[in-house]
Ligand binder design. Sequence first.
Ligand code: R5P
Length: 310
Amino acid sequence: MKLLTGNSNKILSKKISNYLKSKLINSSIRKFADGEIYIEINENIRGNSIFIIQSISSPANDNLMELLLCIDALKRSSAKNITTVIPYFGYARQDRKVVPRTSISAKLVSNLITKAGADRVVTVDLHAGQIQGFFDIPVDNLFCTPIFARHIKKNVKSKNIICVAPDVGGTERARALGKSLDVGLAIVDKRRPAPGKSQVMNVIGNVKDKTCIIVDDIIDSGGTIINSAKALKDRGAKEVYAYITHGVLSGEAVKKIQNSVIKKLVITDSIDNEIRVNKAKNIEVLTISNLMGEAIKRISNSTSVSDLFK
Ligand code: R5P
């Protein structure tokens, strides 16, 4: 078994390689003057099972293309099998046609990865579980719930916690965290009047005097979480925390979070944000390297991955 990293999140790849005590494959990923990506594997990998670690994070198009070219290079170098380890699976939010005449990017990206030659996909907190069915190869969707639950039990000193889904689509995720903390659930009724804009219509559940933990898969512009936190405070919540797996954090998101009513935003390192968030006092980053490393180890040894979440 060997590990190959793309350029999207080398820090996480290094941590995973440390966990597995397995060196990263010697490779060069460069660009031609016109921006085309060029990949070269600098060691023999014939007959090896290869795990490529690459998030489809910003710049999403470059990182996706890099992933596809890595798969192609490995296939042409006679790798025995190729597992794409995608900590952040970008393009997942377009998973159906919500209005006429739009694309379903999650399906297209799934087709591209399969067609390039991947044998398996490992990812974390997919935007929608059914994206697994867009692939005809095995997909292991890992969950951050245990990492978040451990952090909350240790750090959030409150006896009156409630988990909050920031939209109806996030109910299952919030319910799972609520179950592991043995607390109740509230749901924010969010609408999107236009792409990238969110509006809170209502809060279902009583949040008065409670410590609210908002759980979501993605924080992008921050609008969803900031508006939800404000709505919860307006309805009497004592304090609001947010636990979000993928810190996309576009534009002014970090600044907006710092100026919001959110007591703490906890994200993971599925996307490399080290420089952008290290000065933000109310943002903390948890690593998913052990979770990913352990999943890789279990896949490689053909042992159960789902046992990780029991
Ligand atoms: C949407 O369904 C996702 O789960 C997130 O809630 C959304 O992507 C967050 O976006 P933003 O931070 O821009 O509101």
